[in-house]
Design a protein around this ligand. Structure first.
Ligand SMILES: Cc1cc2nc3c(=O)[nH]c(=O)nc-3n(C[C@H](O)[C@H](O)[C@H](O)COP(=O)(O)OP(=O)(O)OC[C@H]3O[C@@H](n4cnc5c(N)ncnc54)[C@H](O)[C@@H]3O)c2cc1C
Length: 442
């Protein structure tokens, strides 16, 4: 191994960033100890979010703290900086780092890993920025949970039928993984919660799923997608296929099929696009705005820059002419090869090719309901739900988190789920401000 001090900079502490750093921390243990290698990871958050558990966190089956992994705790050999990389000059091997507080500064590096993931892909739809909420972060998942429950409180406490109907109407746009799982879990939770309300029956809740294509959950294949559609409709969910959201100004929803109605809550899960940091780099970008990757997970034309996950256009060698889909299944496996290739680069060895054939997917559709299509085995209902839980339990990082998740699921077998809305959490200073205002009035 070359004994010049080498600095590895990892941009993003999500799936790719965390798993790459974990493997490097283990494989480069000696070099990290003797100071010949340093690793820095930059992320605005101090934790990695296990996104497939966001729907369960929103439904109150899991505590928010247990679906995230604290970066400093799991990566003790890695320097963690909280803030954003806002510019990358790979030619000069420097990145501009903007910490959460204070002035931006330049960070020099030898090897960079671009793993900043994706953000929600939105469209210029009137009203969307005012009432829409995404479903990619723990803040959004918990905000949405509080929102749905507080809408039940609003409906129960008003005598105005219009306000009540609007409060009890929930719209989800986009019927992929995130949209279907979020809707199914939240609908299940809301229906379950109605037992504590005197004047809200489960049938009073209106859930609308709007999807521009003609199918739901393409990740589980056409047959299981059709089954999921039937299952959702059987639960009374109004699924609109081949339909687009045209406008939602002040909650007045207009759909492309001509229907209009009022809704207070609108969740936008209509796809993702690469993190905007890609546009502030000198790395090559493909026609879909992703960093151009090679099959060895280096950035095309840049042997010292690596990339993977949602931000990268990685050619799928098992499916020539196609790219790996943006999902966790690829992200974790790519991270392993990426970390090994960094070690190989440091040792001057030949890099490995990333090769993984998509094995299918599992999705949770609420308590005891699921759908799965893995290695061609198709399951639905309770067996699929069980598979969904065991698969994700095996994948969630750290033993500590696995134990906490199992304990929570076990407790849920004996006690009813929590249905408290802590909406106040999002406005912690309101009460104190009101007290100050009351004092001033005296
Ligand atoms: C609700 C939901 C459910 C899902 N369920 C599944 C599932 O069941 N199965 C499956 O295979 N996939 C699932 N996915 C997709 C999967 O979570 C993603 O494909 C995966 O997280 C991609 O990993 P990544 O490392 O590329 O990005 P991420 O995990 O999103 O990590 C990117 C990180 O980069 C950070 N970052 C962004 N910009 C900057 C910057 N400028 N500087 C520094 N850091 C930055 C972000 O804060 C983030 O921590 C789901 C996604 C969602 C939203």
């Amino acid at each position: 191994m070359n004994h010049d001090p080498k600095h590895i900079l990892i941009i993003g502490g999500g799936y790719v960033g965390l798993y790459t750093a974990l493997r490097l921390q283990r494989r480069l243990r000696g070099s990290l100890r003797n100071g010949s290698v340093r690793i820095t990871l930059v992320d605005p958050q101090s934790y990695m979010t296990y996104q497939p558990f966001l729907p369960e966190a929103a439904a109150g089956n899991l505590s928010p703290r247990h679906v995230v992994a604290p970066l400093r705790r799991v990566l003790p050999k890695v320097r963690i900086l909280n803030g954003r990389i806002t510019k990358l000059n790979h030619g000069g091997r420097t990145a501009t780092f903007e910490p959460d507080e204070g002035a931006a500064r330049e960070i020099g590096y030898d090897i960079v890993v671009m793993a900043a993931g994706s953000i929600s892909r939105t469209l210029p739809i009137p009203g969307l920025t005012d009432i829409g909420i995404g479903f990619k972060t723990i803040g959004e998942a918990i905000g949405l949970r509080n929102r749905v429950l507080s809408q039940l409180d609003v409906a129960e406490s008003t005598e105005d039928e219009e306000i009540r109907r609007k409060a009890l109407t929930f719209v989800v746009v986009g019927a992929g993984f995130a949209g279907v799982e979020a809707l199914a879990e939240l609908e299940d939770m809301a229906k379950d919660s109605t037992r504590y309300y005197r004047n809200i029956a489960p049938e009073d809740l209106r859930w609308v799923l709007v999807e521009a294509t003609d199918r739901v959950l393409p990740e589980v294949g056409p047959e299981m997608g059709r089954w999921t559609l039937g299952e959702l409709r059987g639960r009374g969910i109004d699924v609109r296929l081949g339909t687009r959201l045209e406008s939602c100004v002040n909650g007045h929803v207009v759909l492309s099929d001509g229907d209009t109605f009022e809704a207070d809550t609108l969740v936008w899960t209509a796809g993702v696009k690469p993190s905007p940091v890609v546009n502030a780099t000198d790395l090559p970008i493909d026609e879909r705005g992703r960093v151009k990757a090679t099959t060895r997970l280096t950035v095309a034309g840049h042997p010292d820059a690596f990339t993977a996950g949602d931000i990268a256009g990685v050619p799928d060698v098992t499916n020539p002419g196609q790219y790996c889909a943006p999902n966790a299944q690829h992200a974790v496996r790519q991270a392993k090869v990426l970390a090994d290739n960094i070690v190989r680069r440091l040792r001057g060895e030949e890099l490995l090719e990333y090769r993984h054939k998509y094995v299918g997917s599992v999705a949770g559709l609420g308590l005891h309901e699921g759908v799965a299509n893995v290695y061609g085995i198709k399951l639905r209902g309770l067996p699929a739900w069980f598979m969904h839980r065991t698969y994700h339990l095996s994948r969630v990082p750290t033993l500590n988190r696995k134990v906490r998740v199992v304990v929570e699921w076990t407790l849920a077998l004996f006690f009813k789920r929590e249905t408290i809305s802590l909406g106040e959490i999002h406005r912690p200073r309101d009460e104190f401000r009101a007290a100050v205002a009351a004092d001033r009035r005296r």
